[in-house]
Structures are given as structure tokens and as C-alpha cells.
Design a binder for this molecule. Structure first.
Ligand code: NAD
Length: 336
């Protein structure tokens, strides 16, 4: 089988995880990574056998640089752009110049490519050239709310996002001692997440709000869904249990906070302690007046989007069905 040649532009938090996930597949391979500066990540990347490409070779004295980013793009079948937010758009003209497919991440503008969450709209991106794997929060919301959307008629969704203040290695962001409403100029009603979800589930009536808190690694969501139909709590539990890339957890089993979830992830002994699944507190699921469903869920910000990148590659080359790709990706990444 000819493997799809994948270039990783930007070997940071997401890029290194995508590179490893690609390396675990038998239908694709990493042909190179890019970096702008030399740091501890590079030493390990070279040990793993990745070829380095950069436009800043002066920063990499004593290291074998295989070429420029343009050299890498020319050889690739597809580029997974994992550069910092709003940087991917500056590379799109280069990808277009060589007529290469590209996947962008959630920090890019919505119109850079088709928004994607594998279990919701795999068929929409079959054969497409430019795709955006949506943010970690949007992915998490689409997986769970999407499960209800597929089975029932949703009247309206309200969701509150309790967002981590900073990424684990980000020493410049906060808050450190406060709770901060996420308010951005021109970003009403209340943030970009609701509108972002609608780029995947187009006719969903949803409103979201967000707070940033002094925490890292995980986000927590409080979700309320109003349905046209009446349902029972047991039906919702069954539905979410049978939905891929969701991990049901219980407060009474010791999952008292996001800290316990990450401790559980460490016990799984996956690479980098990643938890690709959205953790849903089963004992938080509540049904009021037979049609208002609410629950808490948590998202490992660094990893839930990784399987989506792998499925997006397969869909963009029309290699297999959504069901087959999700199954293959899950098996290779250890998702049960
Ligand atoms: P990061 O800062 O950890 O990594 C970015 C990498 O790109 C670094 O290796 C950096 O050296 C490199 N880089 C910087 N400028 C570059 C340039 N001009 N050209 C090529 N490479 C360059 O960023 P990240 O957290 O991995 O985020 C990447 C994308 O993924 C963003 O769109 C972000 O919004 C999205 N995302 C991040 C997370 C997360 O938790 N970190 C979660 C979901 C989505």
C-alpha cells in the first residue's frame, strides 16, 4: 500500500501529538516536521527519526536540516498545519501554490477550510482540499451534543465553558488568582464557541458562555439541552455510553475534579498521558420535566483533536468510510 506522505508544519503541543498518531497508522507516514527554534522538543523529535525542515536554519547549528518548509511542502501529499493560531492562514498560499491538501487547527479562522468533527460530518469533507479540525472545546461539545442531535430533535442548547487559564508551559497567561469572564470585543453573544459549533452542526440552536479559571490541561463544560421529545436519564446514559470517543466517569468512583481525570489518564499509560475521549460524569446526568437534559463533561485540551486529524486525512483522500476510519484510528490510539 502506498502511504500518504504527511508533513507536520509546527511541531508544538498539537504537532508532536499528530506526528505520533500518524506514525501509528499503516496508511500514512510522517515525511518531515518543521520548527522555528531549537529546544528540548527537537532533541526528542530527532531521536524519533523525524526529518527537520525550517526556514530558520541559522537557529539550528549542529543539527541536520533537510530543507526549507517549501521543500517539505513540495514532497508532501498533505500538510497538517499545527502552527500557532492565525499563523496557518499565512501558509495557505504556499499550500495552494503546490496544490497540496492541508488540515488546519481550531485557532484559525472558520473560513480557512471545512470545519470537521469525525463522528458528525466525515462525509462532508470527502475529497476536500482544506479542512479545519475545530478547537478542543468545540470538538468536545460536538461529540456529546452531537450524539443527542443525531437521535432526538433539539430545541435549544445552553452551555457554559470553564476554560483553563493557560496551557501547561505558558508562563505568560492567566488568570492566576481570579475568575475571568471571557469577553472579547465584537465577540457577542458571549464568545465564539456557539457559532463555531454551528459550522459543524449547522442548524443547532445553541448559546454558550465562557469563564477562564486558574487551571490548566482541562476544560470543564456545563451543558443543558432542551429536547422536543421526552427522555429518561437511563436513555441518555445508554446513548452516551454507546457513542465513540466519550468516556463515562462517575463522581462516586472518585472522579471529584479534572485532577482525578488526569490521574486516571496517567494510569492508562498512553503516550503523554493523553485522554482523547471526552469525560462525561454519568452521575451528573439529570433530566428535568422529561425533556431538559443536563450534565458536566471535561476535555483534555491537548489531545481530543488528535484522532480527528487522522480521520480528516483519510476522508480528504476518500480512503474509507467514517465508521472504518474511526474504528481504525481508535484501535491504533488505544481508544476503546
Ligand atoms: P504551540 O505553540 O504549542 O506549537 C506551535 C509550533 O509551531 C511550535 O513548535 C512553534 O515553534 C511553531 N511555529 C511558530 N511559528 C511558526 C511559523 N511561523 N512557522 C512554522 N512553525 C511555527 O501551539 P499549539 O498549542 O500546538 O497550537 C497549534 C494550533 O492548535 C493552534 O491553532 C491552536 O489554537 C490549536 N489547538 C491547540 C490546543 C492546545 O491545547 N494547545 C488544543 C486544540 C487546538
Amino acid at each position: 500500500m502506498t502511504k500518504i506522505k504527511v508533513a507536520i508544519n509546527g511541531y508544538g503541543t498539537i504537532g508532536k501529538r499528530v506526528a505520533e498518531a500518524v506514525s501509528k497508522q499503516d496508511d500514512m507516514e510522517v515525511i518531515g516536521i518543521t520548527k522555528t527554534t531549537m529546544n528540548y522538543d527537537l532533541e526528542i523529535a530527532l531521536e524519533k527519526g523525524y526529518n527537520l525542515y525550517t526556514n530558520n536554519s541559522e537557529n539550528f547549528k549542529g543539527v541536520e536540516v533537510k530543507g526549507t518548509i517549501e521543500d517539505l511542502v513540495k514532497q508532501a501529499d498533505i500538510i497538517i498545519d499545527c502552527t500557532p493560531e492565525k499563523t496557518g492562514e499565512t501558509y495557505k498560499p504556499l499550500y495552494e501554490k503546490y496544490r497540496k491538501k492541508a488540515i488546519f487547527q481550531g485557532g484559525e479562522k472558520k473560513n480557512i477550510g471545512e470545519s470537521f468533527v469525525a463522528q458528525m460530518n466525515y462525509n462532508d469533507i470527502l475529497g476536500k482540499d482544506y479542512v479545519r479540525v475545530v478547537s478542543c472545546n468545540t470538538t468536545g461539545l460536538c461529540r456529546t451534543i452531537g450524539a443527542l442531535y443525531k437521535k432526538y430533535n433539539i430545541k435549544h442548547v445552553e452551555a457554559q465553558l470553564i476554560r483553563r487559564g493557560a496551557d501547561p508551559k505558558d508562563s505568560k497567561k492567566g488568570p492566576i488568582t481570579q475568575i475571568a469572564p471571557v469577553i472579547k470585543k465584537g465577540d457577542l453573544p458571549h464568545g465564539h464557541h456557539g457559532p463555531d459549533i454551528k459550522t459543524v452542526i449547522k442548524d443547532l440552536d445553541i448559546h454558550t458562555m465562557a469563564l477562564a479559571v486558574p487551571s490548566s490541561i482541562m476544560h470543564l463544560h456545563c451543558i443543558q439541552v432542551e429536547l422536543e421529545e421526552t427522555v429518561t436519564k437511563e436513555e441518555i446514559i445508554e446513548l452516551l455510553k454507546n457513542t465513540t470517543r466519550i468516556k463515562m466517569i462517575k463522581y462516586e468512583a472518585g472522579f471529584k475534579s479534572t485532577g482525578d481525570i488526569m490521574e486516571y489518564a496517567r494510569e492508562l499509560e498512553r503516550s503523554r498521558n493523553d485522554l482523547f475521549e471526552i469525560a462525561v460524569w454519568e452521575d451528573s446526568i439529570y433530566v428535568e420535566k422529561c425533556n431538559r437534559v443536563s450534565w458536566y463533561q471535561a476535555v483534555h485540551q491537548e489531545s481530543d483533536v488528535i484522532p480527528e486529524n487522522i480521520d480528516a486525512i483519510r476522508a480528504m483522500f476518500s480512503l474509507m468510510s467514517a465508521k472504518e476510519s474511526i474504528k481504525k484510528t481508535n484501535e491504533t490510539l488505544g481508544i476503546k
